[in-house]
Design a protein around this ligand. Structure first.
Ligand code: P1T
Length: 381
């Protein structure tokens, strides 16, 4: 019988070490490996290509996402950058118009210069995708839920359209993690993460990873991983293995705390709108229930003006004002001026990333303390 998620998180790729029986995968902090004769080695030649700690982390995350292989990179952006190297001039990519600002920047400011073409659409409506697909479309890219508007994309419906069109579906699963959502099981070809967020989970590393549904795709990505070399260091991989062991516990608490925060925000008179897929009022609430086993720790709220948003963010005491998300500590972010500053103002306006929008990454502190912190910050506006 297939082992449960938490068991796989603790054991997959993490057998006791052969020489000493060490229960924890050792940190192989080495750049190269001695050969006994020219060309005779133990499968490890040079650390850009192979590292045992990295390999353990890649096997671990592949088991959690239910994929063929994991391929680790030095950041979330390096992961996407490496995926983009699978394509060539003239290839067309369809992406969700709501996504992390840095992803838009990579597409628009870097890969457009290399001759790739992009269409940005409202991915919540699969008919828009059907209209956007062209004969040159090679990839469809989406997050779900999206950053920061928390829209939920029907991954299975999008995957069906991609299959019929021979386009790869790449899903950024950073907000959900495989504990709550497994896009490969819904038909995606590649799932990627900013490991900096929930997978790392402690705001102490920058990393990224891709998991493919097929060995063939994994080999293509591993070729880029070695050829371009945006690899993570062994210490970061070791930290990821440690974090993986508590992923199930952490995600359960992020989810529980965020539900309480979202409910409170939803009822508060000073908050105009609360965007959280776990609220029955969310437009894709039923879809979120169907394709994920929880709603995660991310919430966006509309406070009505930049001044109110700034006051709220600055008055919070436990929630720290910072970029990033997914750590054990709660964070607050002002997307328009921080994470989504590189999105053109007219696009931000159209998507609803207003100057009054605030994004909360709800941590795993005591729920009552988080609710009190929000209450006192709202009192100030
Ligand atoms: O920061 P990096 O590890 O390179 O990951 C980029 C990235 C990719 N995908 C998603 C969904 C992300 O949210 C991010 C990074 N996001 C933030 C820093 C943020 O605060 O939204």
């Amino acid at each position: 019988m297939k082992q449960g998620f938490a068991t796989r998180a603790i054991h997959a790729g993490q057998d006791p070490e052969g020489l000493t029986g060490a229960v924890t995968v050792p940190l192989f902090q080495t750049s190269t490996y001695a050969q006994t004769a020219v060309g005779q080695h133990k499968g490890f030649e040079y650390a850009r290509t192979h590292n045992p700690t990295r390999l353990a982390w890649e096997n671990n995350i592949a088991a959690l996402e239910g994929g063929a292989q994991g391929v680790a990179f030095s950041s979330g952006m390096a992961t996407l950058d490496s995926i983009m190297k699978l394509f060539a001039r003239g290839d067309h990519i369809v992406a969700s118009e709501d996504m992390y600002g840095g992803t838009f920047r990579l597409f628009d400011k870097v890969y457009r210069r290399f001759g790739l073409e992009f269409s940005y659409i409202d991915m919540t409506d699969p008919t828009r995708l059907a209209d956007a697909l062209q004969s040159s479309t090679k990839m469809v890219f989406t997050e779900s839920p999206t950053n920061p508007m928390m829209s939920v994309i029907d991954i299975e419906a999008v995957a069906g359209l991609c299959k019929a069109h021979n386009a790869l579906l790449v899903v950024d699963n950073t907000f959900m993690t495989p504990y709550l959502q497994r896009p490969l099981e819904l038909g995606a070809d590649i799932v990627m993460h900013s490991v900096t967020k929930y997978l790392g989970g402690h705001s102490d590393l920058v990393g990224g990873v891709a998991v493919t549904g097929s060995d063939e795709l994994a080999e293509e990505l591993k070729f880029v991983q070695n050829a371009a070399g945006a690899v993570p260091g062994p210490l970061d991989c070791w930290l990821c293995l440690r974090s993986s062991k508590t992923l199930a516990l952490r995600m359960r608490q992020h989810d529980e705390n965020a539900r309480a925060v979202a409910e409170m925000c939803n009822e508060h008179p000073k908050i105009e709108k609360t965007l959280y897929p776990g609220l029955p009022s969310h437009p894709q609430h039923e879809l979120a229930r169907r394709q994920s086993s929880g709603f995660g720790g991310m919430i966006s709220i509309e406070l009505g003006s930049e001044e109110r948003a700034h006051t709220f963010a600055e008055r919070l005491k436990i929630f720290l004002l910072a970029e990033s998300l997914g750590g054990v500590e709660s964070l607050v972010n002002h997307p328009a001026s921080m994470t989504h500053g590189s999105v053109p103002p007219e696009t931000r306006r159209r998507l609803g990333i207003s100057d009054g929008l605030i994004r909360l990454s709800v941590g795993i502190e005591d729920k009552a303390d988080l609710l009190r912190d929000i209450e006192q910050a709202l009192d100030a506006i």
